[in-house]
Design a protein. Structure first.
Length: 209
């Protein structure tokens, strides 16, 4: 399969497969339960969630622990990750494609993207933001590395594979009807539920009166 950007090819290929093997699913699910329980305190009536860049479904598994009846869907580019994802959620709920190619034709109560925007081609971010916005009926949750200005960071010996910036600020600027509901930070040395210096933002579409 051919892709528009080198980052898509990178994550769809062998490196993306190796990334799967580096995940400690049991530990990650526990830390994510703590993360999402904090985020969901500021939400109401979530019955459907889609994750963009779901990998093997660790985040969605944590969400299902907290919200057992929630309907979960996923977008994932890596074929090996999709194989494992199919054992955790309905294959009909999985879109095996690049986020850039995803057709946002259905609304979800909450749209999640976690640790994915940092790995995308920066020039494509407005396109990705539009996918998130068009898929959200109410909430968008962005959980990424934060930096007030755009910077590139070396990533496991590779260049042009990790970027930091104010992702939430950019999507807020694009869509005036989005408002910031809550945000937080999880330190990599947290005593119990560490994340990799993750900053999360919960955004909500203003409801028309």
């Amino acid at each position: 399969m051919s892709y528009k950007t080198e980052q898509e090819s990178f994550w769809a290929g062998e490196f993306g497969k190796e990334y799967i093997n580096r995940n400690n699913a049991e530990e990650a699910i526990a830390t994510n339960i703590a993360l999402f329980s904090n985020i969901f305190k500021s939400t109401n009536s979530i019955s459907s969630v889609i994750e963009f860049g779901a990998n093997i479904g660790i985040n969605l598994q944590a969400i299902k622990q907290l919200l057992p009846s929630v309907d979960v869907s996923a977008v994932e580019i890596n074929p090996e990750a999709v194989k494992l994802l199919k054992s955790k959620i309905s294959p009909k709920k999985i879109s095996h494609c690049s986020i850039l190619d995803y057709n946002a034709d259905k609304l979800f109560d909450l749209v999640l993207i976690k640790g994915v925007l940092i790995h995308l081609e920066p020039e494509e971010l407005p396109n990705v933001y539009s996918k998130l916005y068009e898929s959200a009926d109410r909430y968008i949750c962005i959980a990424e590395y934060y930096n007030p200005t755009p910077i590139e960071v070396p990533y496991r010996g590779f260049s042009k594979k990790l970027f930091k910036r104010d992702f939430a600020g950019e999507i807020l600027d694009m869509y005036p009807d989005l408002e910031l509901v809550d945000y937080g930070f999880v330190y990599h040395r947290d005593n119990n539920f560490k994340q990799d210096d993750l900053t999360w933002f919960l955004l909500e579409k203003k409801q028309s009166s």
